[in-house]
Design a binder for this molecule. Structure first.
Ligand code: CTP
Length: 374
């Protein structure tokens, strides 16, 4: 039996990047032999094992054939006679289909090193088309390695376009799509992910609201600005959907099965964007509109979320609205200083207490706003 380091670890080492996970392929062994050596089997579908000490993943060499549509329906063949080359051939991109033997020598039947040097993301074989998720993976690798000069090879882009035209992307389950989108949002150049999806035609299927080129440009410029910060997934997602109405953003987030915090941040950001654009310039109207926005965001119970929202608005809104974000910040600080306990001590109760809190917040916002907002 022989053991090879494969996939991302080989690629990243050659690129001079820190290797996170190391995956291994074992050729010429049976599951029983692995168990006898103390490996623990994980996953019911594939013959994958955990090393008893390092806990790294060791997979028996396997071939895969697609049977149905979409992500499900692979038949896996694994036996001691499956060769390393056969296992590498079922993989997505040539740069992911290199192996290293125990002496550190590269095994590279699909010329991954050449593509790595030429900065090309190229499919290994026509079997790429058997798994539509690979379109999203390729877009994600483009987003990750774009700063190093990588792009999708022309023939791979053509294959992806053909897969989209054949309806392959329509059958991806939202959970898998979300997993890739979520990871893509944290890659080096998240915008590139969506550009690659646009170029292969998958974007109108996955996020139809961003299909228009002006809207996409606006979304990506907001995303790029927010991605400069050490921002969270929900902030990046909200920036991406910022050109949409709050209703559209919620509908899309739900269709994509995005987590609730992502859906809510997107709804808030889109709502604030249009509300700030409509803000009146008279002092009282402005103060009460700002207070309404603070109520809408439930600042009183969700302060951290509000701060995260402000961060998105501050860097992603068009220049002309930024002064209004400042006013919002001032209003939040002023209104946040109202202590409901004090009003309670002064004898306010029930509805009257609520009204007294509101008036006090309003008064403080009016006082705190600079002349320019009055
Ligand atoms: N792979 C594939 N097709 C998929 C998923 C995975 O061909 N749909 C192969 C690739 O060869 C990949 C390896 O399985 O290199 C391991 O997959 P994964 O851990 O998801 O990717 P990595 O390349 O290790 O990338 P990352 O750095 O994101 O972990």
């Amino acid at each position: 039996m022989q053991t090879y380091l494969v996939g991302g670890a080989v690629r990243d080492e050659l690129l001079g990047i820190d290797v996170k996970d190391r995956d291994w392929v074992v050729v010429g062994a049976t599951p029983d032999e692995m168990l006898a050596r103390g490996f623990k089997q994980v996953g019911a579908d594939f013959p994958v094992f955990l090393h008893p000490r390092t806990r790294e993943e060791y997979a028996l060499a396997r071939t895969e054939r697609k049977q149905g549509r979409g992500y499900h329906g692979f038949s896996v063949y694994s036996a001691p006679d499956v060769t390393l080359e056969e296992d590498l051939k079922r993989r997505d991109l040539t740069i992911n289909a290199m192996a290293q033997n125990e002496h550190g020598e590269l095994v590279d039947p699909f010329h991954g090193l050449e593509d790595l040097r030429a900065r090309q993301l190229r499919h290994v074989s026509p079997a790429f088309a058997e798994d539509p998720l690979r379109i999203l993976r390729t877009a994600r690798f483009a987003a990750r390695f774009q700063p190093m000069g990588f792009s999708v090879a022309t023939d791979t882009m053509a294959l992806m376009q053909q897969m989209v035209a054949q309806g392959e992307v329509d059958h991806l389950v939202p959970e898998r799509v979300w997993q890739e989108v979520q990871r893509a949002l944290h890659e080096q150049e998240p915008g590139t992910f969506f550009e690659v999806l646009r170029d292969c035609g998958a974007l109108p299927v996955l996020i139809p609201e961003l299909a228009d080129s002006d809207i996409l440009a606006e979304a990506l410029s907001a995303l790029r600005a927010v991605a400069q910060l050490d921002s969270r997934t929900e902030q990046r997602f909200a920036a991406l959907l910022l050109p949409l109405s709050p209703e559209q953003a919620v509908t899309r987030a739900e269709a994509m099965k995005a987590p609730n915090d992502c859906r809510d941040m997107a709804r808030l950001a889109c709502h604030f964007k249009s509300a700030l654009a409509d803000l009146s310039s008279t002092q009282h109207a402005c103060a009460s509109a700002l207070l309404e926005l603070l109520d809408y965001a439930d600042l009183w119970r969700r302060e951290a979320r509000f701060e995260a929202l402000l961060q998105v608005l501050e860097c992603a809104l068009p220049e002309d609205l930024r002064a209004r974000v400042k006013a919002l910040q001032i209003a939040a600080r002023a209104a946040g200083g109202v202590n409901p306990g004090e009003l309670l001590d002064r004898g306010f109760k029930g509805k009257a207490l609520g009204e007294a809190i509101r008036l006090e917040r309003l008064k403080r916002i009016e006082r705190a706003l600079p002349e320019s907002n009055r």
